[in-house]
Ligand binder design. Structure first.
Ligand code: SF4
Length: 222
């Protein structure tokens, strides 16, 4: 897109600080059902599900965990079976060797350092083997202690299109978003962008004509 056109579009929609609240409010109405797509019933199941969701779909993870969580309830259960058995049980999520290894390391640390409980803070979560910042952000937000903003492929694309960031690196994008998004919205904001990205603001063919925030978006084609 030519630079002059981008500048013109930015001027038309106004500064991002004034746009962020109406954008969140409209998306919250439009996607009232926007929540995490993983199925879990405890912090441990949440942590395992998020870890397994790397490089695969949430639907696929839910299919696997439906059986997995009937067999494995506590951290000790994951260590009580041979690694090969755990690998077979999570095989369909892909990268099963690495994931089984991470799961066992994760459970060992939960038992040894956190009394078998899932910690709540980002600093503690990222110390667990196999838990990167994105996983830690998802888990802490879902447990009601959001300390950052989850940046996945949809959040990155929409944040760029909406003019919230010019960065490519997820850590830098998160930093920009944390300065902009009101703290009380840190947990729901990524869900809103993820669902809007899936339903309307498609990577290849954004449906700007059906978008409830097209008058606030500098990338609108309408
Ligand atoms: S107006 Fe278009 S580019 Fe902007 S958020 Fe909506 S669908 Fe995406």
């Amino acid at each position: 897109m030519p630079r002059s056109y981008v500048q013109e579009a930015r001027k038309r929609v106004g500064p991002k600080k004034l746009r962020i609240r109406p954008i969140i409010e409209r998306l919250a109405v439009e996607h009232a059902d926007a929540t995490i797509a993983l199925t879990f019933s405890s912090p441990l199941e949440l942590l395992v599900s998020v870890m397994l969701s790397a490089q695969t779909t949430d639907v696929n993870v839910n299919r696997v965990t439906k059986t997995l969580f009937r067999k494995y309830h506590a951290p000790e259960d994951y260590l009580a079976v041979p690694q090969e058995e755990l690998e077979r049980d999570i095989f369909a999520t892909g990268f099963y060797r690495q994931k089984a290894k991470s799961l066992r390391g994760m459970m060992k640390m939960l038992i040894e350092e956190f009394d078998g409980e899932v910690p709540r803070t980002l600093e503690e979560l990222v110390r667990i083997p196999g838990v990167a910042r994105k996983t830690a952000n998802v888990v802490s937000a879902e447990l009601g202690h959001a300390q950052g903003i989850v940046v996945d492929t949809h959040v990155r694309r929409l944040s760029q299109r909406l003019g919230f960031t010019k960065e490519e690196d997820p850590v830098k994008i998160e930093r920009d978003l944390m300065k902009l998004v009101p703290r009380e919205d840190w947990a729901r904001f990524p869900h809103l962008l993820i669902w809007h990205g899936r339903r309307v603001c498609d990577a290849r063919r954004p449906r700007c004509e059906d978008c409830v925030i097209n008058d606030l978006c500098p990338s609108s084609r309408v």
